[in-house]
Design a protein around this ligand. Sequence first.
Ligand SMILES: NC(=O)C1=CN([C@@H]2O[C@H](COP(=O)(O)OP(=O)(O)OC[C@H]3O[C@@H](n4cnc5c(N)ncnc54)[C@H](O)[C@@H]3O)[C@@H](O)[C@H]2O)C=CC1
Ligand SMILES: CC(=O)C(=O)O
Ligand SMILES: [Mg+2]
Length: 370
Amino acid sequence: MKIGVPKEIKTHEYRVGLTPGAVREYVAASHGVVVETNAGAGIGATDDDYRRAGATILDSARDVFASSDMIVKVKEPQPSEWTLLRETQILFTYLHLAPDPEQAKRLLKSGCTAIAYETVTDARGGLPLLAPMSEVAGRLAIEAAGAALRRYAGGRGLLMGGVPGVQPARVVVLGGGVVGTHAARMAVGLGAEVTIVDRSIPRLRELDELFEGRVRTRFSTIDVLENEVFAADVVIGAVLVPGASAPKLVSRGMLSSMRKGAVIVDVAIDQGGCFETSRPTTHADPTYEVDGIIHYCVANMPGAVPLTSSQALNNATLPFGLAVANKGFEAVLENPHLRAGLNVHRGRLTSKAVAKSLGLPCSPIEQVAA
Ligand SMILES: NC(=O)C1=CN([C@@H]2O[C@H](COP(=O)(O)OP(=O)(O)OC[C@H]3O[C@@H](n4cnc5c(N)ncnc54)[C@H](O)[C@@H]3O)[C@@H](O)[C@H]2O)C=CC1
Ligand SMILES: CC(=O)C(=O)O
Ligand SMILES: [Mg+2]
């Protein structure tokens, strides 16, 4: 199969779909790889590095899309890429379609087969292609919150861990999955007072054991959410219902009862965000203020640390990408975890959660594969 890697063009997105090391693996498995010139610039990989790995360098995204059976990317296609996608082409990337009807419409119209990293599953019930970026984003969330808490940035003027004799920041993490756990680890490490709110009691038990009493865990109810959010200096939004739009846990009305200068980092923004007042921002202009509360809602946080992120992402995507390259759509049909990743096929939506969030019909895979 011919695999194509265009350069990422989302604002300040420096990751790359395939690293030179991953290209070697595809080439070793007898696949051809074409890479857009400068696609690896963000991780310091030159065109020559890709040539040495066995890739052919092409001058434009148009050429890459035109000559590939499968496109491996990082972020959802941007408007200029929509028209380059072809019928029967496989697209393997993050999509986050639930809160993005325009993207869904374009993918359906293209006739392509789109596998979304964020809904591919594993045998343990996890999301193996989302997890590495959630690890990165969770850790970055605390760095972002620390910067936004500074007075000149509009924040409360608080040091995350305080100093001896002074109250540290109160950090409340909504959702104790991968993002939430990694955010909590960073916040605990800095000396903050950390509470994790989740609606899964088994998960709260695991977190209690993992952190050995260094975080408070709370079961998510309206009362608990209000009490915790109103007393917080930092709230991290890290909930996920796979494939679906994020539940709105914090309304605009609640902001007026929060501490002025408190910081919201809505990591779940790629699924629409869990604060009513969240809207996607970019690394170029990451924060804005509503009712005295600083909002940070960057939808591609890991793009800021592309060396770490591209490596971690490629480690996770490689076995799945190779399976598709080796077997084509048959790989999706025979592997339930890749099947969970299939969002769009030949003009139909195949993910129940995505279709429900978009209010569109869902076609089971048996129908679309026929
Ligand atoms: N902005 C960015 O750059 C990035 C965003 N993300 C996003 O971060 C979000 C979280 O991802 P993960 O941590 O990997 O998900 P996860 O599935 O590991 O964890 C989600 C947690 O949310 C909990 N939850 C669900 N509904 C809840 C509710 N109503 N109240 C309380 N808890 C609830 C679940 O029980 C689960 O523990 C996703 O939307 C993901 O796409 C991930 C990476 C980068
Ligand atoms: C998960 C995701 O959306 C990202 O890494 O940008
Ligand atoms: Mg995203």
